[in-house]
Design a protein around this ligand. Structure first.
Ligand code: AKG
Length: 282
């Protein structure tokens, strides 16, 4: 994307997200994918699907991603010079195995997955495809004093058939919407919440397709979701949350959250609102 910093920030302000931003060159991408494959071999894909949380504290190659100059250039354009990394997580949707694939898709599309069924239908019950329900990130972060910006960095091509991110442009201007317990099985969100469909302008939904090595960024109030991976390819993304250093944690029982892995990644932190970032640099 060859747009100026001013254009980037005004587009972001208007629509609540940017997409198709090139970040990793081919060598960097290869390195990240090889390192991720090593983690898959070490931990297994059950684990690497959603449990690689805040591993920027553990692995140099992940640390390189959260401080990647191109990532920080875009984040700075939106949040200003002083930036704290709040949290990071790999979110990987693996393909359904070929043998089961058509059954899985049918089970999901008929809404059978997760329902109480007997006999042969019981088998389908176990084949729930992971998806991410419509939500706003701010629903999960007990924070005030500044916006949250999420980066979604693609390690694989992320397209319609393997469950790319979808957004409702401009929805970040509607404030925090009501969330409830999700009605559908397979929601990857850790507290299983969703915005009821009647509150989401799904007719305005836009897909954010990304090539491996590209990223999208979105505002913490932007309504977004992603469908299951119905392809035979993996869809792996690295999600990084950033805030300006003026943001601070609040005690909100609806949004309990602990911040164990915050790091100043740009500028200085004159506020020191987050307790664990004694070391200003990672
Ligand atoms: O990876 C996904 O499908 C969803 C990610 C997401 O909800 C987020 O980045 O906030």
């Amino acid at each position: 994307m060859s747009v100026s910093t001013e254009q980037m920030s005004s587009l972001y302000e208007q629509q609540g997200y940017l997409s198709g931003v090139s970040v990793l060159d081919p060598a960097e991408l290869r390195h990240a994918r090889e390192a991720f494959a090593q983690l898959e071999r070490k931990f297994g894909t059950e684990y690497t699907g959603y449990s690689l949380h805040n591993v920027h504290m553990q692995y140099d190659w992940v640390r390189g991603l959260v401080k990647h100059p191109r990532v920080l250039e875009v984040v700075r354009a939106v949040l200003g010079p002083d930036i704290l990394l709040l949290d990071s997580r790999f979110i990987c949707k693996y393909p359904v195995s070929r043998g089961n694939r058509s059954d899985d898709v049918i089970a999901y599309e008929n809404g059978l997955a997760g329902e109480e069924t007997a006999g042969p239908e019981k088998q389908k019950e176990e084949l729930v495809l992971p998806y991410v329900a419509w939500h706003q990130d701010m629903r999960y972060w007990g924070l005030d004093g500044g916006p949250v910006l999420s980066v979604w960095l693609a390690l694989d091509d992320s397209l319609e058939d393997n469950g790319a991110l979808q957004v409702i442009p401009g929805s970040h201007c509607s404030g925090m919407l009501h969330h409830r317990q999700s009605q559908r099985s397979g929601n990857m969100l850790s507290v299983n919440q969703e915005i009821p469909e009647e509150l989401v302008q799904t007719d305005k939904a836009l897909l954010c397709p990304l090539q491996a090595g590209q990223m999208s960024v979105h505002d913490g109030l932007l309504v977004h979701a992603s469908d299951p991976n119905r392809s035979d390819r993996r869809r792996c993304g690295f999600v990084i949350r950033y805030v300006p250093t003026c943001a601070y944690p609040i005690q909100d029982p609806d949004r309990p959250r602990r911040f164990h892995a915050t790091v100043v990644v740009s500028g200085t932190d004159q506020y020191r609102h987050f307790s664990n970032n004694e070391k200003p640099e990672l």
